[in-house]
Design a protein around this ligand. Structure first.
Ligand code: GLC
Ligand code: CA
Length: 551
């Protein structure tokens, strides 16, 4: 069945880092409103905002203390209303971030629970008796024990993330209804839907006691708190009471769904519209490995990519992305250092944007923003990043090495402020930014790329081609067939419908590549000026193209 959101082309905003308008150094809703025309220009039609609800910001908004209020740092509920309307009038639907696995410890619900931890209000959270220590030895996803003791008791509350993010007790039917009511409240404001945070963790398996621990005495208990059997009932009830009533678009953060059960989650009657395809998040190009085995990385990535595309195909749509607020920037992630440039950044765009699924761009990706390594661990602000550093030290790494790895992998890399122009603080703020601007803003900025043959201009072409009336149906519903799979370093596929066959071909090697594709084809997109087509196709190093086969 066709849905409106099949045509979605998404853009993610990390509000703290997008655009500040009042000089407090923190991005805000007015800043987003100010740039709506830029987003229209880019061509996107769905805008996902990382959380903007009231929050103590321990996890930059992923710790909500009032679901009904916009945090004053971002503006007011009226500003949000205006943003929704202004976006709507430009054909853009807003998705808010729905964080309902946990709240902030400052949420009145949790404060109430603390004051009477065995009373009825405390049933909203997961509180258990300990015996000489926490109830079990689960490690939090962000490091350390997943349990924190409630002062002056032998009771502990569970938090899969930081201790300031207590997990909600989804077994409690009253709590679930409270959450559904809140979701409907927001959908009534005219939202397109939600990106749904950490939703695979809402069901816990309580048979679990202690497991044999690692050297720190803790253990990763994922099988007991990620996508646990029984979660289906919660998800279905959530969808039934909220999303399905509004025909809304939902993208769930859920990456471990069994292949054969995907339709249950993202099929026509699924719990969500789609889920992010996280398959590539474990891939990082490593200089040492690259030196020894230059194409091994591309080959592994390609294999998994095509496997994934094949088994998702009949079951629904996944959401394709190469950057988000939890990962490093894509150039540093996928491209060998020596080859990070305008061409290779364009190649990345070509490779993922025409896959089957919903494409999403992360703020700054369209101008090629890069990671900004820090000279001191103190320049990082994120708790998970600091915990990562500490874990490296605990494993015996030197401080220098630990910082090296943090710089290479930590999620804060992608949270530096958006680089708008070449004025001070990259035009992000007139004050002191909450997180340092990457000094390369003099070379990489939006203003500079507004004109000419820039990466931004290329992204606009990519989006326009994805939306082009003539090809749109094939991009959305057409089959994906891998091509030239045996050619090392080549990522190529066709998208096919009865009427059309479109080729996407990328030469991910630093050499010229020759492919046996003889008949001339119409060039729809090219990251170089020229294309050598003759009896065979000759691709330059890092060349990526989209062709239409004349039938
Ligand atoms: C998700 C978010 C991440 C956050 C975590 C806890 O993984 O993407 O940024 O820290 O959930 O809410
Ligand atoms: Ca501000």
């Amino acid at each position: 069945m066709k849905k409106w959101w099949h045509e979605a082309i998404g853009y993610q905003i990390y509000p703290k880092s997008f655009q500040d308008t009042n000089g407090d150094g923190i991005g805000d809703l007015r800043g987003i409103i100010q740039h709506l025309d830029d987003l229209v220009d880019l061509g996107i039609n769905v805008l996902w905002l990382s959380p903007i609800n009231q929050s103590p910001m321990v996890d930059h908004g992923y710790d909500i203390s009032d679901y009904y209020q916009v945090d004053p740092v971002f503006g007011s509920n009226e500003d949000l209303q205006e943003l929704i309307q202004q976006a709507d009038s430009r054909g853009i639907k807003i998705l808010l971030d729905l964080v309902i696995n946990h709240t902030s410890d400052q949420h009145p619900w949790f404060q109430e629970a603390l004051s009477d931890p065995t009373g009825p209000a405390a049933q909203r959270y997961i509180i258990r008796h300990g015996q000489d220590g926490p109830p079990n030895n689960w490690r939090s996803i962000f490091g350390g024990s997943a349990w924190t003791r409630i002062p002056e008791t032998d009771l502990y509350y569970l938090h899969l993330f930081t201790k300031n993010q207590p997990d909600l007790n989804w077994e409690n039917p009253t709590l679930r209804q409270e959450l559904y009511g809140m979701v409907r409240y927001w959908l009534d404001q005219g939202l397109g839907g939600f990106r749904i945070d950490a939703i695979s963790h809402i069901k816990k398996d309580w048979q679990y006691e202690n497991m044999p621990p690692d050297s720190d005495g803790l253990v990763n208990g994922f099988e007991y708190f990620r996508n646990v059997a029984g979660i289906e009932a919660f998800l279905d009830e959530l969808a039934e009471n909220t999303f399905r009533l509004y025909d809304s678009f939902t993208i769930a953060e859920m990456d471990d769904i069994q292949q054969e059960r995907l339709a249950e989650f993202i099929g026509d009657q699924g719990y969500f519209s789609t889920v992010f395809d996280f398959f590539h998040t474990k891939f990082y190009i490593r200089q040492e490995r690259y030196a020894k085995d230059p194409l091994g990385f591309v080959e592994e990535l390609k294999e998994e990519l095509f496997q994934r595309q094949a088994y998702v195909a009949d079951q629904g749509f996944m959401t394709n992305f190469i950057e988000n607020h939890d990962k490093i920037r894509s150039p540093g992630k996928f491209i060998p250092k020596a080859y990070i440039n305008e061409y290779s950044k364009r190649l990345l765009a070509v490779c993922y944007f025409f896959l089957r699924g919903i494409p999403v761009i992360y703020q700054g990706q369209e101008i090629g923003m890069e990671d900004y390594p820090k000279e001191s661990i103190h320049d990082y602000l994120d708790l998970a990043t600091h915990n990562m550093y500490q874990e490296f030290l605990d494993k015996g790494m030197s401080a220098e090495d630990a910082l090296f790895w943090v710089n290479l992998e930590c999620r804060e890399n992608s949270r530096t402020p958006m680089q708008w122009d070449a004025t001070e603080q990259a035009g992000f703020t007139t004050g002191e930014p909450w997180f340092a601007v990457n000094p390369n803003y003099l070379e990489i900025s939006y203003a500079q790329q507004r004109k000419g043959n820039s990466l931004l201009a290329f992204y606009k072409k990519v989006v326009a081609l994805r939306k082009n009336e003539q090809y749109r149906e094939t991009w959305i519903y057409g089959q994906l067939i891998p091509q030239f799979e045996e050619v090392k370093g080549c990522i190529a596929y066709t998208r096919e419908s009865e009427a059309q066959r479109l080729w996407v071909i990328a030469n991910c090697t630093p050499q010229e590549m020759r492919l046996p594709l003889s008949a001339p084809r119409v060039v729809l997109l090219n990251n170089y000026e020229q294309l050598d087509q003759g009896t065979e196709l000759r691709l330059r190093p890092g060349q990526a193209i989209v062709l239409e086969e004349e039938r």
